[in-house]
Ligand binder design. Structure first.
Ligand SMILES: [Zn+2]
Length: 259
């Protein structure tokens, strides 16, 4: 059985195909889904869909790339939303240093405040970090946040991986490692401990090598697992088993329900 630790199946691009896609995924052995939210307006839809699909586990948060219209009052609502709707984690939160992202001051304020909400609720976090690992580490330390979580789409160095692991984070491994040119990411993946990482697609984004331009879905997870197994000289079954174990140890609330 496979779990997709990061997919945006709530996005409207899946509205017409979601039921069929869920059936196809389950038939293909992809049977667990962690859905992070992006904006406050998406929370209600994510909660409603989580009621419909028992395989979904969800997180609520304010994504750093979509903070344009967000206000601090939204963070006050976040704790309430998590408690009312049984969130597994807070996310997707983080820091994005891409040139097109919004001002870092606002991102930092929202990231820190959401880390504090997660800390107070004892929830792990799902972190979006683009060119910002060192800033994320600093913010996590300053917030005295210790519940860990996942650094989604990790593509840093082995040193950054080790520092993030030291703070209790798993590293999300997705389609990037399927590209032959991703030599650095593959080398880092080969060096990680078995307990360090989980599999993710970031659907509908981040298509695999050979599928550029196509809509990405959690059906890519077995292909990512095969690629990871080759890079780590392991078996697909071992990769699936170990990454599920890693995920469930970091998100203990997942155990309360049957997978
Ligand atoms: Zn995402």
């Amino acid at each position: 059985m496979y779990i997709d630790s990061h997919c945006h199946l709530d996005f409207s691009v899946f509205d017409d195909s979601r039921d069929a896609l869920m059936n196809t995924c389950i038939e293909a052995g992809v049977e667990g889904f962690l859905i992070p939210s992006t904006t406050k307006t998406s929370w209600a839809k994510v909660a409603e869909l989580a009621n419909r699909y028992p395989q979904w586990r969800v997180a609520y948060g304010l994504h750093p790339y979509f903070l344009e219209t967000a206000s601090i009052a939204d963070i006050d609502r976040l704790a309430e939303q998590c408690e009312l709707h049984g969130a597994l984690a807070i996310g997707e939160i983080g820091l994005d240093c891409w040139p097109k992202a919004i001002a870092l001051d606002k991102q930092s304020l929202f990231f820190s405040r959401q880390l504090i909400v997660a800390r107070d609720l004892g929830l792990p976090v799902i972190v979006h970090a683009r060119k910002s690992y060192d800033l994320v580490i600093k913010a996590v330390r300053e917030a005295r946040f210790t519940s860990g979580g996942v650094i989604h789409a990790f593509n840093g160095s082995i040193e950054q991986a080790n520092r993030l692991r030291g703070l209790g984070f798993l590293l999300g491994i997705g389609g990037t490692v399927t590209y032959p040119r991703a030599k650095k990411a593959q080398a880092v993946l080969a060096q990680l401990d078995d307990a360090a990482f989980v599999l993710e697609t970031d659907s509908p984004d981040m298509p695999l090598c050979g599928f550029q331009g196509a809509l990405n879905t959690p059906l890519s997870i077995p292909m990512i697992a095969r690629c990871v197994a080759t890079i780590r000289k392991s078996s697909v079954d071992d990769i699936a088993r170990q990454t599920n174990k890693n995920l469930l140890s970091t998100f203990p609330k997942w155990y309360k329900d049957t997978l």
